[in-house]
Design a protein around this ligand. Structure first.
Ligand SMILES: [Zn+2]
Length: 292
């Protein structure tokens, strides 16, 4: 008798960008309420999701290994055990991809939200999950999330999940922080800050030869809704107006330059192209590639 599988094989997908290999690593997914959307009615948002065969606001959570010039970086660490049991799988999937976490030289963050930075440290032991990695992030991120006056103005949820979680996760790396403003932060990986979602939210352009991949971080959280309606923001954007302006700039660049893109919240593995569609945009998944 053939036993039907009970769970997915660990989610790992490789993609070549010139001489660089980028490996998408799934953290899992988070299902949540649509009442965190802004600039759209709940009815409209629900209709867009239904039209796209999405039963819920399902947020994929992705991280990316970058193999470049004989070196290895990890962009984002997933959510650890801070959010839901359907996520928190980056460390296990990094190992399933054949990588020893001790071999990762640098962890790059797009920003310090718990679905990105909460897999840095094992809170049960206080030990770094990536013991030899430097922690590379925009200088505005720790500046903002370590600001007690800003934390005092947050809701209880923001205090706990954004400020406190961020602080306790990045502190064990304190002697190995490398803070940037912009520019090349790893061979072939250029940081392009796109602030709004958070004060230091950053996208990463991976370039090698004449190939490019834009890892656009949290430019979108709900791809079906926010590509069609770029004005839609999230309750947890630090600055919603700036987040919308940033999203429009990134979309315009991706569509005009016909860029290959992926993101932390595109459905795994996320490699896609963005095309204009009416007053908004639409994502087209990239073709499957077998050979590396
Ligand atoms: Zn996120």
């Amino acid at each position: 008798m053939a036993n039907a599988p009970q769970q997915q094989i660990p989610s790992v997908f490789h993609r070549r960008v010139g001489d660089i290999v980028v490996t998408a690593i799934s953290d899992g997914f988070l299902d949540g309420s649509i009442d965190v959307l802004r600039n759209i009615s709940q009815e409209e948002a629900r209709q867009i999701l239904t039209d796209n065969f999405r039963p819920a606001r399902r947020t994929a959570v992705n991280a990316f290994l970058v193999y470049s010039a004989g070196r290895l970086a990890l962009i984002e660490t997933g959510s650890g055990n801070y959010l839901l049991p359907t996520a928190g799988k980056v460390l296990a999937n990094v190992k399933a991809a054949g990588v020893d976490p001790a071999d990762i030289e640098a962890v790059l963050l797009t920003h310090m939200h718990p679905d990105h930075s909460a897999g840095l440290t094992d809170m049960a032991t206080g030990k770094r999950n990536y013991p030899n990695a430097e922690l590379v992030m925009h200088e505005n991120e720790p500046k903002h999330w370590f600001d007690d006056a800003k934390m005092a103005r947050g809701t209880d949820r923001e205090k706990k999940l954004y400020f406190q979680a961020g602080r306790e996760q990045v502190t064990p790396y304190k002697d190995r922080w490398r803070l940037f403003k912009e520019g090349e932060v790893f061979p072939g990986v250029t940081a392009i800050p796109r602030t709004g979602h958070t004060p230091g939210h950053t996208t990463f352009m991976v370039s090698s030869g004449n190939e490019q991949l834009l890892i656009w971080g949290d430019t979108v959280h709900v791809p079906e809704v926010q590509t069609a309606r770029p004005e839609v923001c999230m309750e947890f954007d630090t600055d919603q107006q700036a987040a919308e302006a940033t999203r429009r700039r990134v979309f315009d660049m991706a569509a005009s330059d016909r860029l290959l893109v992926t993101g932390m919240h595109l459905h795994f593995p996320g490699f896609s192209h963005l095309v204009r569609d009416g007053s908004g945009y639409r994502l087209i998944p990239a073709a499957w590639e077998h050979a590396l």
